[in-house]
Design a protein around this ligand. Structure first.
Ligand code: 8IG
Length: 266
């Protein structure tokens, strides 16, 4: 990140975004997590696609299956701003870098954001490939994207209105509390048990810092996890990143349908 303040950086990125995409204002932002990329085509035709590195404040994507692109999609009456990848906390670029896309989306005009991720599931009966609505979170990164005495309220962080809307689209959707670990290693089975005792149902390495920045920016937030694997220790098998990508491919049409129907109703 440059030396100027993060909100000014986001304004600069939003201005360049408008210039490069030809879209003056975006309405809804989406951030695609592990396993969600195959769902993006269901959202509609791309008006423009740019590299994140074309905008100030973004750095290159680091993970296989994460693509450092931003797509502008016209969907009905709305302009969607879709981040095909994210910067993770574990990359060590700092929290401001993690939430720069969120602040850029807010500066670009987005009043709602859909944060998606791939994660491990704890709840009995959940299967890989299953989407779960995030009802709340536990942030175990030990940090915040907000600096200074700005005591942002996080009650109902994950919009009850948007969760209800998702359930109208798909009545079978379950909800859970998402626990963000710092990563990049997966949890030990003991840490997974701890997450469960704390009240968590989903374990991952993203989303909570972004949600906090989105709330600070005044956006309505929807969080959806794709359970790509059972959390460590629950299946008797080791975890691997390929299984994550496979679960995404297998679930793509369901996730794409869900996202496009929900976005049209936001
Ligand atoms: I995909 O089981 C995916 N990301 N921390 N734990 C954590 N992150 C994940 C997991 C998981 N699966």
């Amino acid at each position: 990140m440059s030396e100027t303040n993060p909100y000014d950086n986001a304004q600069a990125a939003a201005a360049k975004l408008a210039a490069l995409t030809g879209v003056e204002r975006h309405d809804i932002a989406l951030v695609l997590g592990s396993g969600w990329l195959p769902a993006v085509d269901a959202l509609g035709e791309a008006t423009a696609e740019i590299d994140t590195t074309d905008l100030p404040g973004f750095s290159a994507a680091a993970v296989a299956g994460h693509s450092g692109k931003i797509r502008s999609i016209r969907s009905g009456e709305k302009n969607l701003l879709v981040f095909l990848s994210r910067t993770h906390f574990y990359e060590g670029k700092g929290v401001a870098a993690v939430v720069h896309p969120i602040r850029t989306a807010a500066a670009a005009g987005c009043s709602a954001i859909v944060l998606t991720n791939g994660c491990g599931g704890l709840k009995e009966g959940w299967q890989p490939g299953q989407p779960v609505l995030i009802s709340d979170h536990i942030n175990l990164t030990g940090t915040s994207p907000i600096v200074g005495a700005n005591f942002v309220d996080l009650t109902d962080l994950y919009s009850p209105r948007l969760r209800a809307l998702c359930k109208e689209v798909d009545g079978s959707l379950d909800e859970g509390v998402y626990v963000q670990f710092p990563g990049p290693h997966y949890e030990t089975p003991a840490e997974v048990r701890m997450a469960g005792i704390m009240g968590g149902h989903l374990v991952g390495m993203s989303t909570t810092l972004e949600a906090i920045a989105a709330r600070e920016a005044g956006m309505e937030i929807l969080g959806i996890s794709l359970v790509t694997n059972l959390a460590a220790g629950l299946s008797g098998e080791p975890l691997n990143h390929e299984e994550v990508l496979e679960a995404g491919k297998a679930a793509a049409s369901r996730m794409g349908g869900l996202l496009s129907q929900v976005v049209s109703r936001i």
